[in-house]
Ligand binder design. Sequence first.
Ligand code: AMP
Length: 395
Amino acid sequence: MNILVANLGSTSLKFRLFRFDGAGGAALLAKGGYERVTDYGKAIDDCLAELKAAGHVRSPADLHGVGFKTVLGKNLTGCVPADEKTIAALDGFKEIAPAHNPPYATGIQRFREKLPGVPLVALFETAFYQWVPEAAARYAVPEAWHQAGVRRYGFHGASHKFVAERSAELLGRKDIADRVRQLYQAGPTPVSGRALRVISCHLGGSSSVTGIRDGVAIGTSMGLSPQSGLPQNNRVGDLDSAAVPFVMKTLGLSIAEVERQMTKEGGLLGLSGVSNDLRDIRAAATAGNARAQLALDVFVHSARHWIGAFLLELGGCDALVFTAGIGENNPDLRAAFCAQLEQLGIVIDPVKNDALRGAEGEISAAGSRVKVFVIPANEELVVARETLRCIAAHN
Ligand code: AMP
């Protein structure tokens, strides 16, 4: 079974092709992509020609499905066929995710035209948050705003779901790993035994922290849009809503300019004044740049704030997990996230922590009550697996 995962940006198409064996094992057969795309139809043709030339997909009939990691849709979430309803849902919330929803809507439409008969599946990033308690999803806004869709949706669902499944496996809880695997088809099935509490920290170009009980999210740091929560690469993260009218009035900025600055000139870039990439910020901080050091400190403070929130919500935790570019590759930041948490049962082993970069492993000390893991993100694999399950469920 060949499953293509298409990652659509405003001017790019990136793809990965997975081949699944009968037992659910997946091999990555190919990956690639195109930048400066102006015609998705042509990019799709090029992609298929590339896969044909490599001998992986001789014709569209060899393709069993295409999966899309869509961000959020109006009145629609989960893992669903990427059809007219999905395109309308993406369109309905294009104002919330202007960089993501329009390219996905266009791209899915073009895939439908180019590959008639090939099942297309959308895995919404919000899917993992379908069972978050209402009290954790609601903003204290006027009812009309809520009715219009202003609520916490949460993002990075594919990544946090992978962490939920993999951490359960690492902790020997096959029952919970199975529960996570079936979540989008069966919903949260009954559980027995001790609760499994995990805090998943997806720290990368875009970051979020999610609390997970028995494999199901109970809350997350991101809200209405991917602009919230921790400072992002160039997006502001959490911000008092009064800041927007304040800068409009005092700096004379238009709403479009405020939106541009909040998404392009905020976050780690805005704080550091150096770069949106943590590697550059670290290098500048090491060289004595005070703003770069402050950017790192704010990031650590914010991550700890959200880890603390979920420690309380979950009543403690069994595993704290770091994933994505920053979480996987920066032992010193991981040590900072976990500093002085001994009373809460979180103790890092400095030798294990320093040795682990870009690979899976445990970094907690032998006596640590909470296991601390690094689990490399593999969002495309999650999309491919869910696409396969969705196709099976709809046939
Ligand atoms: P992601 O969004 O998961 O691709 O993560 C991107 C972020 O991870 C950027 O801020 C990078 O600076 C950071 N990152 C990626 N690789 C490394 C590395 N080898 N060392 C330090 N930071 C890294």
